[in-house]
Ligand binder design. Structure first.
Ligand code: GRF
Length: 194
């Protein structure tokens, strides 16, 4: 059985999609790492019996915050870390400690529109193709190796609201599938080594 930890800061709809899909598998979500005490993601985790690791970035350095995350992860030993709307940039040292074991979802077709406003930026740029990117995390902001991209063509009647909905639908459909495939791969490699 492989496992992951999910990192989120807000609504947690991607966390929910992961919970819904992985609950039908042998894989586990060990914990939710959350830097925002008001995040609705916390309610979703609690409703699913997933332990919450609250982490404060206030009045201390990023390295101190990450040390507390690493202590929690050392206890639960997840195979992969799944960023799902986590609004903090992880330090190079943290990324190196989990090299090629951290994945992220971004609501735009990278390398276009990195950063915190991927949907709005894609819309405002007038892009004819919009979509999502699932990628490994490296030292940059939304720059790591791409695992999967899914897109759709902007239609004449689309609005920012309609493309936002379509992007979230793509996220909720594909992120859980990719995470499940990565966890399946962990199991398969363990089996090969056994
Ligand atoms: C998603 O759009 C994701 O692509 C981005 O942050 C958003 C998180 O949404 N990284 P939610 O908290 O999962 O609802």
């Amino acid at each position: 059985m492989a496992s992951c930890a999910v990192f989120a800061s807000g609504n947690g709809s991607n966390l929910q999609a992961l919970v819904d899909r992985l609950s039908a598998t042998s894989h586990a979500i060990r914990c939710l790492v959350c830097d925002n005490r008001q995040a609705y993601a916390i309610h979703r985790a609690e409703a699913s019996g997933i332990p919450v690791v609250p982490v404060s970035y206030r009045d201390r350095s990023r390295e101190e915050a990450e040390a507390s995350i690493r202590a929690a992860l050392a206890a639960s030993e997840p195979d992969i870390l799944v960023l799902a709307g986590f609004m903090r940039l992880l330090s190079p040292a943290f990324v190196d400690a989990f090299a090629m074991r951290i994945v992220n979802i971004h609501p735009a077709l990278l390398p276009r529109h990195p950063g915190t406003h991927g949907i709005e930026d894609s819309w405002a740029a007038g892009d004819s193709e919009l979509g999502v990117t699932i990628h490994y995390v490296d030292h940059g902001m939304d720059t790591g190796p791409i695992i999967l991209q899914k897109s759709f063509t902007r239609e004449a009647h689309d609005t920012l609201e309609s493309v936002t909905r379509k992007i979230h639908e793509l996220e909720h459909e594909h992120y859980p599938k990719v995470v499940q495939a990565l966890l399946d791969d962990v199991d398969r490699k363990r089996g090969e080594r056994a």
